[in-house]
Design a protein. Sequence first.
Length: 132
Amino acid sequence: VLKISNKVEEDGINYFKEKQNITYEPICVEHAQESLLRASLDGWNETEGILECKYISFDYFNDLKENNKIRLDHQDQMQFQMLITGHTFARYYVQNTKGDNIILTLNEDKNRQNDLKKLALDFLKELDIRLN
C-alpha cells in the first residue's frame, strides 16, 4: 500500500509539472506560532500551495466524479495543512487503480481550522499531562 501511495504522490507531482508547469516538492512544515503543530505535505509550491494525493477505491472515485464532494477526513487533513502553512487552498489529486485521476480544489475554512487547532492542542496538552 505504501508503494502505491508513494507512486500516486509521484504521479500527482508529475501531472502538475507536465500539464500545468507547476513544480511541487514533498515537505514537512511546522506552524509559525505552535511548533508542535506540523504537517507532512505530498507537495508544496510557494505560489500554488498544497498538493494532497490519494489512491482511492472505484466507489469513492465514481462518487467523487459525480458529486465533487471530498471525504470529510480528507477535508480535515487538508484544512489542517492549510492551517499549518497559512495557504488559502489545497489541490486534491486522486487516482484509482486504472490510473484515472480527478483534481479538485478545497478552499480554506477558518472555522474548521480553528476547531482542528483546538483539538490538536488539547490532545498535546493531555499527552503532556499523562507523560509527566
